[in-house]
Design a binder for this molecule. Structure first.
Ligand SMILES: CC(C)(COP(=O)(O)OP(=O)(O)OC[C@H]1O[C@@H](n2cnc3c(N)ncnc32)[C@H](O)[C@@H]1OP(=O)(O)O)[C@@H](O)C(=O)NCCC(=O)NCCS
Length: 178
């Protein structure tokens, strides 16, 4: 458990996810999917049943150096999540992919930046050599914080994502850890 303060001086913690967090994680993902703009998931893809997510949390917690699921807790509520997992191929097992998301009320208070810094520290401690993420072109707030913690664009899938009928690029950003 890491106890911190956001930019308004309100305490929060980053801690490994527990099975009991499954419903709160679903709510965060559903809200993000409903908002539409900036995550790849669509509303029907979040999954209404929390059982599989509870199983995932248990599986991740049994080998956190390969799959690390963490949440942000503030005022006794889960307001954010981090999902970081190693590429499941032996030849690429030094690479991890990371994704984060925060509830609307938790944004713009420095928590996303802290979560990404935490991801970098955890990845290093797990022996990971490279972190990778994907961000939809136009998600400037996310792109800004990824740049701040050392990620750089290394490529893009052209016109990969359809958002409100418009095709957007999917930007690949990476951070070397050596
Ligand atoms: C993206 C997200 C994780 C960022 O976390 P956050 O806690 O809101 O971000 P922080 O408060 O740590 O930092 C926000 C930074 O972005 C900057 N910012 C805000 N809006 C911006 C914009 N439209 N363009 C560029 N920068 C912007 C802020 O100035 C701040 O930078 P600074 O600290 O250098 O001043 C969070 O807002 C979120 O979950 N958004 C919706 C889902 C999402 O986009 N997830 C990422 C998918 S790849």
């Amino acid at each position: 458990m890491l106890n911190r303060e956001d930019s308004l001086g309100r305490p929060y913690a980053i801690r490994p996810a527990r099975p009991a967090d499954a419903a709160a994680i679903r709510t965060i993902l559903s809200d993000l999917a409903d908002a539409g703009d900036f995550i790849l998931l669509s509303p029907g893809e979040v999954g209404a049943d929390d059982g599989p997510r509870r199983d995932e949390i248990l599986r991740a917690s049994s080998n956190p150096d390969r799959w690390y699921l963490a949440v942000v807790e503030q005022d006794a509520a889960v307001v954010g999540m981090l999902d970081m997992r190693a590429v499941p191929l032996q030849k690429c097992s030094h690479v991890m992919e990371v994704g984060i998301g925060l509830a609307p009320a938790a944004r713009d208070r420095g928590i996303g930046t802290a979560l990404m810094r935490h991801a970098v520290e955890r990845a290093r401690a797990a022996g990971c050599r490279k972190l990778r993420l994907f961000v939809i072109a136009g998600n400037d707030r996310a792109g800004h914080i990824y740049g701040k913690v050392g990620f750089r664009e290394t490529g893009r899938y052209r016109e990969e994502v359809r958002v409100d009928g418009q095709l957007r690029d999917l930007v690949v950003m990476e951070r070397q850890l050596t």
